[in-house]
Design a protein around this ligand. Sequence first.
Ligand SMILES: [Zn+2]
Length: 422
Amino acid sequence: MADTLFTNARILDGTGQNPYSGSVLVQGNRIKQISRGTAPISASNATVIDGAGATLMPGLCEAHTHFSWNDAPTLALIQAMPLEEHVLWCAATAKRYLEAGFTSCVGAACAKPRLDVVIRNAINSGQIPGPRYLAASQEITVLGGLGDETLPHLPFPEFSFGVNVCGANEMRKAVRMFLKYGVDSIKINLSGDNFTPQSPADTTWMTDEEVAAAMQEVRMRGKRGIAHARSSDSVKQALRHGIDLIYHASFVDDEALDLLEAAKDRVFVAPGIAILYAMLHEAEAFGVTHAIAVGMGYQIEWDAALESLSKMHKRGIRVLPGGDYGFAFTPHCQNARDLEFFVKYLGFTPMEAIRSATLYGGQIMMRPNELGVVKDGYLADLLLVDGDPLADLAILRDPKRLLAVMKDGVFAKSPKLSARLA
Ligand SMILES: [Zn+2]
């Protein structure tokens, strides 16, 4: 692996401190040395990349990723893709994420039992390019909950997106099956979702016995429980059972906020607000007019989510960008749009939004001391960005402005800048 020296860069390190100009030496897969200003770093045999003032920052983390969502408008149509095509889809999507600057992704459920595990293993073995990835299970749900629907208008009227369980023993069996496959996380659907009108977002569907059984198995194997939890009761239930990665959290009462705050050193919230926005304003081409979306409860949820998440951010709870890209109306690789939404709607500063996608990204990937920051000794996951993301976050989702992407010391997207050997 060749060493790389970035010179003349504006270093935005991910911690929240102001950018500074300097150079960064990458040796092997780690950041070896950083110098400020024009102080030279001696590096024989390193490939020198003249940043020409471009921003050098940590790779982004997507906290709520579904590689197997295949740009279809419904869960049923995502699931209908045959397995062979679905594997290829996931492999291609993983590559696209990496090239779009997401060097880390947290799997938040896959559409078929082993998709996430197979893709993670193929990335880790070097068989395919992709981000660092934590593989999730399918969604585990209860009869009638999110993921288990009756669709009388389709040829498959009894449709299940994940695994349905009824009672603690069935839960235990489902969890053990996914643990056997080698997942990093078990995804359980504690609340409903307005996407499935039979089980709306403010409802809570699983019993404590079922959740407790799941988490007992998860803990026994040293893995992680992650929850779809839009309702206030489901957020409290997640916290009660030690689930530290909560997806959505749209509706939270004061008690839920207090519990979240008390657990803020271990808990992460990844809301995925882009899909709420898209359903209200951008899904008409797919049959969901604004009026239909309002009727499905999306305006109520949007309003509640902005209030809930703003309060969480004020209380110092880690809220991370990403979520539910991969539907027709939330296309993959526009994920960095969440950073703009955090600023526009949740009261984040641009610096705070970037910190959530970088510093907190290393933490949610369970590598807090070596990932997500431009710092000596940290893993070399780096972006070279043309311009200042603090002034305009939208450049992070413009492929032309993303000059280079490095993961683990290797370019996934090589810079077109003039490079020379030192
Ligand atoms: Zn999701």
